[in-house]
Write a protein that binds this ligand. Structure first.
Ligand SMILES: Cc1cc2nc3c(=O)[nH]c(=O)nc-3n(C[C@H](O)[C@H](O)[C@H](O)COP(=O)(O)OP(=O)(O)OC[C@H]3O[C@@H](n4cnc5c(N)ncnc54)[C@H](O)[C@@H]3O)c2cc1C
Length: 531
């Protein structure tokens, strides 16, 4: 096959990819046997918007085409083998005795993919999830968003699919690991749209993610895995620094000497138990701040100019950052185009925000987290879990300032910059449910966070006109951008307790759906090697 790259197609042009390829390679249509989109991205830098493609193509006379076209300035052409980049990954297959079944705790991306690998490896793994299966979980989450009634075990953080299920399902990642291909293929096979394989900014959307999560679970079960919902790890059986098993729901035990902990960044009670049981962990930098909201159409106008609203473009996104004079970093994170600010609490009387979009991204507002870098010097003490204490204090304040009913405290950007209460909402209507209360968010945020945001806003507005518009809405408080603690593990992914393998975001080794899933694959592969 040939890989043809750097083919640009103007937004205004009627899309005919076959024609574009034949023109680029100087082929007659019948000489092009087959083609697949390998990559698709958007170039909106100048006042003309282009889609930039690379294709894997099969042509009648490859050698002739390659000789004629390779080296032509305007296109990049290279030979690739038919199965180049196939996302096969290795895993030794073997049988396992009942009391040797590996156990995975947590059905987020890390836990789901670790369990899938162990099942593909013939290990009949047991996957424990403290929350409910995704359909029942969705009912509890909707109830919280409508009534403010929180279920501390079934919410945006806990339940089948983990934290990312009620999200925009962005699959972008900074990691460059061949396992990403495997993860994307499995997500595709489980129902994700094909474009996730080639878009440079793929997303699934919460509506499709729920289906994908369910199908992944069914695949695990079909391969001999077992999934237990509302089964919570509550304690460990440890002898001579080796794990022998675990206690579930303070009720029954499972004997196993291979346990993967894929707990996520919100399992504070479980981390407290692990710390008490001697699992070595340490403080880790993270970020906190607020969610900022704008009218999506105004962001589109700035990003796409006269092409804003073109259905081929969809809702635009942005990524901004600023380094403050005192060195502290401020950046936007988890931007949700055409989405909503959501309540992501998991503990009673504590309020946390996050963001979500459905696949179509067609809500009125755009939102993103506006975060400030926090490091252990900012934590209220040396204890490895002191970061949780900082998060809890802010979440409690947000709950109280919102009216103690899970209504969120909000503030217009102009009022924030003037350090005054918001009494009236302007053109941007807050999307957070069940409701909001105008206030002054500086009463919640540590002063160094408020100061950093105050300094960054005008700079970010300079980069994205309207970002600090007076009526833009800030909703508080965003504390769960990643985990404030890391469970130490060695080069074999083993913790300070033999047989215990920390994985994913909660253990401090991932940030985001893709990197968590890849970390789950990596740890499970290591487990398979060790038997
Ligand atoms: C609202 C929201 C939107 C997000 N949007 C995106 C996005 O668009 N793109 C992106 O890349 N990332 C996004 N993220 C981040 C992403 O979801 C996480 O990085 C990712 O889910 C981490 O995966 P994980 O498997 O490590 O942990 P988690 O997904 O947090 O899963 C941990 C699981 O462990 C379970 N668990 C915890 N304790 C126990 C116990 N004691 N016993 C049994 N089970 C337990 C929990 O119930 C949970 O299901 C979002 C997060 C949130 C909250």
């Amino acid at each position: 096959m040939l890989r043809l790259s750097n083919i640009t197609v103007d937004l205004r042009k009627k899309e005919d990819l076959k024609k574009e390829i034949c023109y680029a390679l100087n082929l007659k249509e019948e000489e092009l046997l087959d083609f697949q989109i390998h990559r698709k991205s958007l170039d909106a830098r100048k006042n003309k918007i282009l889609f930039v493609y690379s294709f894997d193509v099969k042509v009648k006379n490859e050698e002739k085409t390659y000789r004629q076209m390779a080296g032509k300035k305007r296109i990049q052409l290279k030979k690739i083998s038919e199965n180049q980049g196939t996302d096969e990954i290795e895993f030794p297959v073997g049988s396992i005795a009942e009391d040797q079944r590996p156990v995975v705790v947590g059905s987020g991306p890390a836990g789901l993919f670790a369990t899938l690998i162990l099942a593909l490896g013939g290990k009949n793994p047991i996957l424990l999830e403290r929350g409910k299966r995704v359909d029942e979980r969705a009912v509890d989450v909707d109830k919280f968003w409508i009534t403010g009634k929180l279920d501390e075990e079934s919410n945006v953080q806990f339940g089948e699919g983990g934290a990312g299920t009620f999200s925009d399902g962005k699959l972008t990642t900074q990691i460059n690991d061949t396992r990403c291909g495997f993860v994307l293929k499995e997500l595709l096979n489980a129902g994700a749209p094909r474009e996730i394989l080639y878009l440079n900014k793929p997303h699934i959307g919460t509506d499709i993610l729920k289906i994908v999560v369910r199908n992944l679970r069914e695949k695990i079960v079909s391969l001999g895995g077992e999934v237990r919902f509302q089964h919570k790890l509550t304690n460990l059986i440890i002898e001579d620094h080796e794990v022998r098993g675990l206690i579930v729901n303070d009720d029954y035990e499972i004997r196993s000497d291979q346990i993967i902990l894929a707990l996520g960044h919100s399992a504070r009670d479980t981390l407290e138990m692990l710390h008490e049981r001697g699992v070595f962990m340490e403080q880790k930098p993270f970020s906190l701040g607020v969610r900022i909201e704008h009218l999506q159409k105004e962001i589109d106008k700035v990003q796409y100019g006269k092409y804003a609203g073109n259905p081929k473009l969809g809702a635009s996104d942005y990524k901004l950052s600023h380094r403050c004079r005192n060195g502290r970093g401020v950046y936007t994170f988890c931007m949700c185009p055409g989405g909503e600010v959501i309540g992501a609490s998991s503990e009673a009387n504590r309020l946390v925000t996050n963001g979500m979009s459905r696949y179509k991204r067609n809500e009125v507002n755009a939102n993103a987290a506006l975060l400030v870098g926090i490091d252990p010097r900012d934590f209220p003490g040396e204890h490895p879990l002191a970061g949780f204490q900082l998060q809890r204090e802010l979440e409690q304040k947000a709950f109280e300032l919102g009216g103690k009913n899970y209504y969120a405290p909000v503030q217009r950007v102009e009022d924030f910059l003037l350090n005054q209460e918001t009494s009236e909402i302007g053109k941007v209507q807050p999307s957070y449910l069940p409701g909001v209360k105008g206030t002054n968010l500086r009463r919640i945020l540590p002063e160094y966070v408020s100061k950093a945001i105050e300094e960054a806003l005008p700079h970010m507005d300079h980069k994205l006109k309207g970002f600090a518009d007076a009526d833009s809405i800030l909703t508080g408080v965003e504390t769960r951008s990643s985990s404030p603690v890391r469970i130490k593990r060695n080069e074999n992914f083993r913790s300070s307790i033999k047989g215990l393998y920390p994985a994913g975001e909660g253990a401090g080794y991932a940030g985001g759906i893709m990197s968590a899933a890849v970390d789950g694959v990596r740890v499970a592969q290591e487990l398979l090697k060790s038997r």
